[in-house]
Ligand binder design. Structure first.
Ligand code: PLP
Length: 345
């Protein structure tokens, strides 16, 4: 099947766009006196604009992920990457995106903000993409297909073969949102980047890295797509505090590995204990740091837990998730408190 060239998928106004040229990116070489950016000359530690391309941080991430720097975009959370992708590729009131509910809510909200329509092809009962239906639903205006694997709120990874068939058959951009990949057995789709120029893989520092507060998301893609990200993004989209905090955390990888193991161990404990509760109908398998649980009277249970000062996510009104609460794996103490409250019911 003949693929569209990436540029043919990009909105015309973005193809033609002359990006903002910041003071710091116009200058090359070494200098000692910086009088070009209207900064305050007195050293606060933060008086200078940060590196717009975050090259030091990207070098660290490149080494960790095995993806070259030129194939990395960093954003103000993955949410910024989602928004930029929609603005790069989708023409308002003409193009649309495809999503596979039940899934992460931001794709829809981001599309709506840009006045982009959304077509949905629900997952099957095993929460897997229905490849033939998706490809049938797609047309020349289907610019982006969002795959969330492991999927939020169901917790499962998508079958690799199905994702590959979608990458082969879908003519637009395929985004694989891997926010929870560090908790998964399945390998990252970054291994497919060389083969598929229309693939974008998103990851984040918000979950396994324990840095939701610094707002740092990653997108891995072909050089061409990364070029468009850089053209459209606000020049200093990742601030210096965030870049520094991420560097510190990347230098302390051992601690993160320890947390990860604790979360995975606790996940197994929670799964086992939840299955024992008489009103629990199903504990879905999970590849993420949360568990989808189907039970009798989920709304009452949700309210009861709130009274116990324990907040979980009520997903019982979401397509294919009736009866379900989504429970994030906490610390050992937090999980114990949750289980004690659940057992009293
Ligand atoms: C939590 C989550 C994210 C993370 O978004 P950030 O903006 O990086 O915090 C992305 N995708 C999914 C599916 C998520 O659940």
């Amino acid at each position: 099947m003949k693929k569209n060239r990436i540029t043919d998928l990009v909105r015309k106004n973005i193809q033609k766009l002359t990006p903002y040229s910041s003071a710091r990116s116009e200058f090359k070489g070494t200098a000692e006196v910086f009088l070009d950016a209207n900064e305050n000359p007195f050293d606060t530690g933060y008086n200078r604009y940060p590196d717009p391309l975050q090259l030091k941080l990207k070098a660290k991430i490149a080494a960790l992920k095995g993806v070259p720097i030129e194939n990395i975009f960093l954003g103000n959370g993955s949410d910024e990457a989602i928004d930029l992708l929609i603005r790069i590729f989708c023409e308002p009131s003409k193009d649309h995106i495809l999503t596979l509910p039940p899934t992460y809510g931001m794709y829809k909200v981001s599309a709506a903000i840009s006045d982009i329509e959304i077509k949905t092809v629900p997952l099957n009962k095993q929460f897997q993409p229905r490849v033939n239906r998706i490809l049938k639903a797609a047309n020349a205006h289907s610019k982006i297909l969002f795959l969330c694997s492991p999927n939020n709120p169901t917790g499962n990874s998508f079958d690799f073969k199905r994702m590959k068939r979608l990458l082969e058959g879908f003519k637009g951009i395929v985004v694989v949102d891997e926010a929870y990949i560090d908790f998964a057995e399945q390998a990252s789709c970054t291994t497919l980047l060389k083969k598929y120029p229309n693939l974008v893989v998103m990851q984040t520092f918000s979950k396994a890295w324990g840095l939701a507060g610094i707002r740092l998301g990653m997108a891995f893609a072909s050089k061409e797509i990364i070029g468009y990200f850089n053209k459209v993004k606000p020049p200093y989209n990742v601030n210096q505090l965030t870049q520094e905090a991420a560097m510190r955390s990347l230098n302390k990888g051992k601690k993160q590995q320890k947390w990860l193991k604790m979360i995975l161990d606790e996940r197994a404990v929670l799964q086992k204990e939840l299955k024992k509760l008489p009103y629990v109908q199903k504990v879905y398998p999970t590849d993420a740091n949360f568990i989808l649980v189907k039970m009798d009277n989920p709304n009452e249970m949700y309210k009861y837990l709130v009274k116990q000062k324990i907040i979980v996510r009520n997903r019982s009104t979401v397509l294919l998730c009736d009866g379900c609460l989504r429970i994030t794996v906490g610390t050992k103490e937090e999980n114990k408190r949750l289980l004690a409250a659940l057992k009293k019911r």
